[in-house]
Structures are given as C-alpha cells and as structure tokens.
Design a protein around this ligand. Structure first.
Ligand SMILES: [Zn+2]
Ligand SMILES: [Zn+2]
Length: 270
C-alpha cells in the first residue's frame, strides 16, 4: 500500500518549517512517499517566495541526507515547483538540465508580470470569462513545452472564489485533452481549502472529464506547514475514485510510475 504527497514547501522557499518537520508529519499520516517542491522562479529576478538558485545544491544535499536517515520509514523525493514564464524558457531548461529532479511541477502563478494568487485586486475590473480562458491557455501552453511532469492547481484563478460565468465544460475539456496529448499529469490540490475558495483545485465537478480523457493524476496538499501535509486526502482520494480514476502517478527520476488508486484509498488514515 502506498500514498504520496508531492507538493511540499519548506523554509527553502515560502514554507514555514524545516524539511525534517514535514517528514515527521508525513510518517504520522502513513505516507509512504513524500516529495519536496519548493518554488523556483526562473526569471533572473529573485522572488521572496522562491528558493535562491545558489541554494539548490544544498536543497539536494539536504533531501539526500534526510532520505538516508528516514529510508526505513518513508521514501523522499526531490521535486521542484517551477513558475511557467514564457519569456524565460532557456533559463528554465538550464535549471532542469543541471539538477537531478525526481519530478517537476509546472505552475502558472503569473499572467504577464502579475501574480494571480497574491491579492483580490488583480481581479478587480477584469473580464472574468477572459481571465479564465487566458489562464487555462497558459496552463496548456506550459504543458505543451514538455518541461513539466505535473501541472499544479490547474484552475488557480478560482483562488478568491471567482466563477466562470457560464458553462466551463469546454474550457476544462480542452485543458484535459491538452494535458493528455502532451502526457503531463495534473494534481488535485487540497490547499484551496485554506483559501477564500474553500475548495479543491481543480473544481471537483470536472474531475470525471479529466478521468475520461485519461489524464494522469496526483493528489497533493501544497503544504506550507507540516500540519497541512496530506490535508483532506481522504476526501480527495474518494472524489478521485468516484470520478473514475483507477491510478495515481508516482515519479522517480522524472519517470512516471502509475499505482492503483484502490489500494491508496484504503491506505488513507485521514
Ligand atoms: Zn503554486
Ligand atoms: Zn505550491
């Protein structure tokens, strides 16, 4: 039986605790795998919420040391959450080539130079339908680069509770088909529960559509504190199984390894 959480932020980026504290939380929650995914913003400009690139060797050393220390209790992986910045693809590639990540999470946090999740003011006076369409297009574009293994929080523009005016089915259908075409996984991200949205990303109503398209699934907490590791996983696994998913994706050295979801659901303790 195995269960993983691949979306974890530590003090290396904007998480609040040392890596080891998340490991203890993961073991308490009966996870068999956990992957670190601190933020990396490959723009040449240091962002306060992202890892200082010079510290990436230390990031790997730390994970390697802890992986050895805890190897009898849990498997630890070295991932990263990389901002998709269309103008900085070469820089992104150079980081991904230089370091031996187990998986790379691609994230659209920026539309142009503005982050979509830092304040409601971003949404004021904007055409929400167009915003959703543009955001989904960026996620699809990111997936099509082949740089990423998993796309994070695929409808992050819901973070403050905004809803697509009208039937969003075509938007989600196209996104799911694109992820499938480029063989990129998506995640159910439970951290939306801690935001004004008070729900998961993506909107669970569209999960069956991702399952129908055959997109690979991860279930992740996006924890920024140890208390939130594997948060709401019971509900997320249940929703995924009900939506028709039979597998979740695990990763090693950037290779996907599907695992049956049935055994995952029964392994869940919280
Ligand atoms: Zn993110
Ligand atoms: Zn994150």
């Amino acid at each position: 039986m195995s269960k993983a959480d691949y979306h974890i932020h530590t003090l290396f980026s904007d998480g609040k605790s040392e890596p080891e504290e998340y490991i203890r939380a993961a073991i308490e929650n009966n996870l068999t795998e956990m992957g670190f995914s601190d933020h990396l913003t490959p723009s040449g400009e240091q962002q306060s919420w992202s890892i200082i690139p010079d510290r990436l060797p230390l990031y790997f050393d730390t994970i390697e040391r802890l992986a050895r220390k805890y190897r009898d209790q849990i498997t630890l992986l070295a991932g990263i959450e990389v901002d998709y910045l269309p103008g900085h693809i070469d820089e992104t590639i150079s980081y991904l080539e230089k370091y031996p990540f187990d998986y790379v999470i691609g994230s659209v946090h920026f539309m142009g130079s503005d982050p979509v999740d830092l304040g409601r003011s971003f949404y004021e006076g904007k055409d929400i339908a167009k915003l959703f369409t543009d955001y989904f297009r960026l996620v699809e574009e990111a997936a099509s680069t082949g740089l990423f293994d998993i796309m994070a929080h695929p409808d992050l523009v819901r973070v403050f509770g905004h809803k697509y005016p009208g039937d969003a089915t075509p938007l989600y259908r196209k996104l799911a088909a694109t992820l499938k075409r480029y063989d990129v996984a998506f995640e159910i991200n439970t951290n939306g529960m801690n935001k004004p949205l008070a729900g998961f990303y993506p909107d669970p109503g569209y999960l069956p559509l991702f399952a129908e398209e055959g997109v690979s699934l991860c279930i992740n907490s996006d924890a920024h504190t140890p208390e939130r590791v594997a948060q709401h996983f019971d509900e997320a696994y249940k929703l995924a199984a009900e939506a028709g998913f039979r597998e979740v994706a695990h990763f090693r050295e950037r290779e996907r390894r599907p695992r049956p979801i049935e055994e995952q659901a029964t392994a869940t303790k919280r």
